[in-house]
Write a protein that binds this ligand. Structure first.
Ligand code: GLV
Ligand code: GLV
Length: 324
């Protein structure tokens, strides 16, 4: 009697997919776009495990649609803001996610996005195609350098720590961070824990790597953008909802801050008529933080193993359980 597992996308990397196919009856959402709400509500009936993505909202309604045999929900992501953890805990459903393995990939992307924004790589590249490159120019396409700068990391977890270590290699002068507790890892890069307000006032580059929680939702708003330097560069690789986006657009248009680099926004995908896409001082990426080939493969294997450990009756062997 093989367990039934729902996978909410057909193109999950082969490693995890094959692992599950060997040992389970796999129900695969067959379209390349996110599973529709109605399909999720119907396909989750009778399954023992769910392999989901950050685009799938797993809440009370979905769990009510699932039967009592549902034992595990494993998300192929480090963020878990799409999961109603209270509702999962109440039903004693085990939850898996994929922290750690995507740290380096996401930190790489954060650094790439920061440099693309500060040194105006996308804008400069477009300028060539628009015929705007007339000659080498002493002042054209300049942006602030990292060397000697102060960097502020909001929410110093695994990813933020790795970003800080990378940036230290660019001869930054100072790294500030916010966190609930003092992080031992910050000793490696001489990081100083400060209040958010201090970080906003002192940082040349502000990088957001915090999880989205009720506390961090909209933490970047008119008030917080006002506290930043006019020359500040704002980078977000966490979740779009940590930002009041209309306030960010205003700040970018009115020179409240210099520029922003966003791997996450609201909504995703961003509509093509959104104002953010019209701003030269905003670099936007389509949520590709963890999109290193090896990383995605490993995320799929960990997700499958999180599911199998529970379905075999040994949740203690989940490679990365989320403690509820
Ligand atoms: C990506 O945003 C993730 O949460 O894994
Ligand atoms: C948080 O998601 C982290 O791993 O930094």
């Amino acid at each position: 009697n093989r367990p039934k597992v729902l996978i909410t996308r057909p193109d999950v990397p082969a490693g995890g997919l094959n692992l599950l196919k060997e040992q389970c009856d796999v129900i695969l959402w067959e379209k390349p776009e996110p599973i529709s709400r109605s399909a999720l509500l119907s396909k989750i009936q009778n399954v023992d495990g769910v392999y989901c993505l950050l685009t799938d909202k797993i809440d009370e309604e979905v769990l009510n649609a699932a039967g009592p045999q549902l034992k595990v929900v494993a998300s192929m992501s480090v963020g878990v803001d799409h999961l109603d953890l209270q509702a999962l805990k109440k039903r004693n459903i085990k939850v898996g996610y994929t922290p750690g393995i995507l740290t380096d990939a996401t930190a790489e992307l954060a650094v790439a996005l920061l440099l693309s924004t500060s040194r105006r790589l996308i804008e400069a590249n477009r300028a060539i195609y628009k015929g705007e490159w007339k000659a080498w120019s002493p002042t054209w396409m300049c942006g602030p350098g990292l060397s000697g700068s102060t960097v502020g990391i909001v929410g110093l977890g695994r990813i933020g720590t790795q970003v800080a270590k990378c940036l230290k290699g660019f001869n930054t002068a100072k790294i500030l961070y916010t966190s609930r507790s003092i992080k031992q890892a910050a000793i490696q890069f001489g990081g100083e824990k400060v209040e958010l307000e201090t970080l906003l006032e002192r940082s040349d580059f502000i990088i957001v790597t915090t999880a989205l929680t009720p506390d961090t939702r909209q933490m970047f708003n008119k008030n917080t953008f006002q506290k930043m330097k006019k020359s500040a560069i704002f980078i977000n690789v966490s979740r779009g909802d940590v930002v009041d986006q209309p306030a960010l657009i205003e700040a970018l248009k009115n020179g409240i801050i210099r520029a922003a680099g966003l791997d996450v926004m609201t909504p995703e995908p961003i509509p093509l008529d959104n104002e953010l896409l019209k701003l030269d001082n905003c670099v936007i990426l389509p949520h590709i933080g963890s999109a290193a080939i090896e990383t995605r493969e490993e995320m799929s294997i960990i997700t499958a193993k999180n599911i199998m450990a529970v379905l075999k009756g040994v949740p203690a062997e989940m490679p990365s359980p989320l403690q509820l």
